[in-house]
Design a protein around this ligand. Structure first.
Ligand code: FES
Ligand code: FES
Length: 149
């Protein structure tokens, strides 16, 4: 099958029940999306599929086709850093960094749907993304900064 990832087509050799995360990391070497829980709970593996943040650890590639536009954290900065990535850097959100690709991908979906979210709307949207380092306040601040851009 073919998949459209970061605006390029890739021939994929994995079985159709293989989770997208495995294909990205092991077959294509796109290691930005991280393995956390593997059961759709933590959000660290999130990628954009047709503009929606989806958990790639529980998305079998058989559910996808070349018509779906998949964007990983690598693809987000192909034309320069996304405004969320700039805001992340501006206030130094990351600590260990492990959860941050999934956090940023989820924040992209949020701003796509709601360019000027309230604090509670940010909290609601981001509540499914776990950060063991507790960077939640800075994540919220960075989203607010990016929303003003
Ligand atoms: S690794 Fe996919 S949601 Fe946790
Ligand atoms: S920055 Fe370490 S888990 Fe979020």
């Amino acid at each position: 099958m073919r998949l459209n990832i970061n605006s390029k087509y890739y021939e994929i050799n994995s079985e159709s029940d293989t989770p997208l995360l495995w294909v990205l990391r092991d077959e294509l070497g796109l290691t930005g999306a991280k393995y956390g829980c593997g059961i759709g709970f933590c959000g660290t593996c999130a990628v954009l599929i047709d503009g929606k943040a989806r958990r790639s650890c529980i998305t079998p590639i058989g559910e996808l086709s070349g018509k779906n536009m998949i964007i990983t954290i690598e693809g987000l900065s192909e034309n320069g850093l996304h405004k969320l990535q700039k805001a992340w850097l501006e206030i130094g959100v990351s600590q260990c960094g492990y959860c941050q690709p999934g956090q940023i991908i989820t924040a992209v979906e949020l701003l796509n749907e709601n360019p000027n979210p309230s604090e509670s709307e940010i909290n609601d949207k981001m509540s499914g993304n776990i950060c063991r380092c507790g960077t939640y306040n800075k994540i919220r601040q960075a989203i607010q900064i990016a929303a003003k851009e």
